[in-house]
Design a binder for this molecule. Structure first.
Ligand SMILES: [Ca+2]
Length: 394
C-alpha cells in the first residue's frame, strides 16, 4: 500500500523505489536537456560558465598502458634518445627504456614525502642532448621547517648524478606545494609554487610562495622579468600544478587548485595578480586577473597539456587537456578562435575509468600521455596501479 507521507522507522519498500524512479526520471530529463543544449556560450571572458559535456571515450581513439607498477607518478620528461623519465612522489625518478620500466631507479632523491609533498616536477634543459641537464622540484625539511627547492641533475645514461640546488627556501608544507616545472619557448625555466597553506604569502611579492616563478637555468632572474631582480612572474596563486604554452599563440596557461570552489584555468600575463586569497575565479575586480575557466564544484585540477601532434585527431589540435584527481577524469577544453583566450566548450572523458589522474604530457611522438594517482593515499589502487597511459589514434 503506498504511503502518502513518509514516516520514520516504518519498513516501506515503496518509498525507496519511488525515490529511485524519480531520480531516474530526473537524470533522464537532465541528460536529454544536455543533449539538446550542447554548450553554454563561451568566449565572453567571464571565466567559468562553459558547461561540460560528459562524453563516452572518444570514438576512434585508443588508450594503451605504457607501463604499470609505478608509485604516485607525478611528472614526465622524454629524452631525445627515446627514454621516458617519470618522477615518483616518494623520491624516485624511474626510467622507461624501449617500453620497459627499469627496476633500478634512475635517481633516488632524499625528499620529505608526506601527504601532497615529495618529489614532483621534472623538466629537461632545452639543450639536454648536449649538456645532459635535468631539473626536479621537491619538498625537503630543514630543522622543523618545510620547503621546496629546484635542483639540477646530470644524465649519466642509466642514472643521474651531480645533484646541484639552483633555488631553495621556497615555502612548503605537506599540502599546496606547486612544483610543476617547464622550460618555456623563451628558454627560461618556469616553476609553480603553492601557498604552503599560508594564503597571505600569495599576496606578498617578497615571498616565493603562491607564485609562478621565471628564472634562468641557473636560478637567476632574467633581465625582463616583470619585477626587476625578482623571480616572480605572476602572483596571487593558491596551488598551481599544470603549466603549458599554447602551440600556436605561445600564451602560457596554468591550472590551479581552488578551495571549496573555483578550480581555475588561467592565462598568465607578466606581473599579473591572480587574486588568491582575496578573490577566486572571475571576480571582475580590476586589481586581479580573472580566470579563463573556473570550475565549481571543484574537481582537483592537476596536470595540463596542449594537444599538438600527429598522434591526435585534427579536431583536438590546440585543445587544452587537464587531469582531475578527485573527479577522476580527463577534461578537454576547446578555446575560442582567433586568439584562443576563452573557453568555447569542454568535454569530460574517462569518468572514473582509471581512478585519480594527475600528470598530462604531450609526448614527442604526438600522443597524449597521462598517469593515474591511485596510490597517493586518497585513491583506491587497482591492479597495475599506478599506470602511465597513452591516448591517441590507433
Ligand atoms: Ca585566481
Amino acid at each position: 500500500m503506498p504511503e502518502a507521507v513518509a514516516g520514520h522507522g516504518g519498513l516501506n519498500l515503496m518509498r525507496p523505489l519511488t525515490i529511485y524512479s524519480l531520480l531516474t526520471i530526473l537524470a533522464a530529463l537532465a541528460l536529454s536537456a544536455a543533449a539538446c543544449q550542447p554548450f553554454l556560450a563561451g568566449g565572453d571572458g567571464n571565466g567559468g560558465t562553459v558547461a561540460a559535456e560528459v562524453v563516452a571515450p572518444p570514438g576512434g581513439l585508443v588508450v594503451e598502458t605504457v607501463v604499470e607498477g609505478l608509485e604516485i607518478p607525478w611528472d614526465l620528461a622524454f629524452t631525445p634518445d627515446g627514454r621516458i623519465l617519470v618522477t615518483e612522489r616518494p623520491g624516485r625518478i624511474r626510467v622507461v627504456k624501449e617500453g620497459l620500466l627499469q627496476d633500478v631507479p634512475y635517481a633516488t632523491i632524499d625528499v620529505f614525502h608526506r601527504s601532497e609533498a615529495g618529489l614532483m616536477g621534472i623538466a629537461l634543459h632545452p639543450r639536454f642532448a648536449d649538456n645532459g641537464y635535468l631539473y626536479v622540484c621537491y619538498t625537503y625539511r630543514s630543522g622543523r621547517d618545510t620547503y621546496n627547492r629546484v635542483a639540477r641533475l646530470t644524465d649519466r645514461g642509466d642514472h643521474a648524478a651531480d645533484h646541484h640546488v639552483i633555488l631553495d627556501g621556497i615555502p612548503g608544507d605537506t599540502r599546496h606545494d606547486g612544483c610543476r616545472i617547464r622550460f618555456g619557448p623563451d628558454g627560461y625555466l618556469y616553476v609553480t609554487t603553492g601557498d604552503a597553506t599560508d594564503p597571505g604569502l600569495s599576496q606578498d611579492l617578497h615571498s616565493l610562495a603562491g607564485k609562478v616563478l621565471r628564472m634562468t637555468a641557473d636560478g637567476d632572474a632574467p633581465p625582463d622579468n616583470p619585477f626587476p631582480g625578482s623571480l616572480v612572474f605572476t602572483w596571487g596563486h593558491r596551488n598551481p600544478q599544470g603549466l603549458d604554452w599554447h602551440p600556436e599563440t605561445g600564451d602560457l596557461f596554468i591550472t590551479e587548485h581552488g578551495p571549496n570552489r573555483d578550480d581555475e584555468v588561467n592565462l598568465l600575463r607578466p606581473g599579473g595578480n591572480y587574486g588568491w586569497p582575496e578573490v577566486t575565479g572571475a571576480a571582475g575586480d580590476p586589481e586581479y586577473v580573472d580566470s579563463v575557466l573556473a570550475l565549481t564544484p571543484t574537481v582537483a585540477i592537476a596536470g595540463a597539456a596542449f594537444v599538438s601532434g600527429g598522434g591526435m585527431p585534427a579536431s583536438w589540435q590546440g585543445n587544452l587537456v587537464f587531469a582531475a584527481l578527485k573527479s577522476s577524469h580527463l577534461q578537454r577544453v576547446t578555446l575560442e578562435p582567433p586568439d584562443y583566450r576563452a573557453a568555447a566548450s569542454r568535454q569530460i572523458m574517462f569518468q572514473g575509468r582509471y581512478g585519480r589522474l594527475r600528470a598530462v604530457f604531450m609526448g614527442p611522438d604526438g600522443y597524449l600521455y597521462f598517469t593515474t594517482s591511485n596510490r597517493d593515499g586518497r585513491g583506491s589502487p587497482r591492479q597495475g596501479d599506478d599506470r602511465l597511459l597513452r591516448l591517441g589514434l590507433p
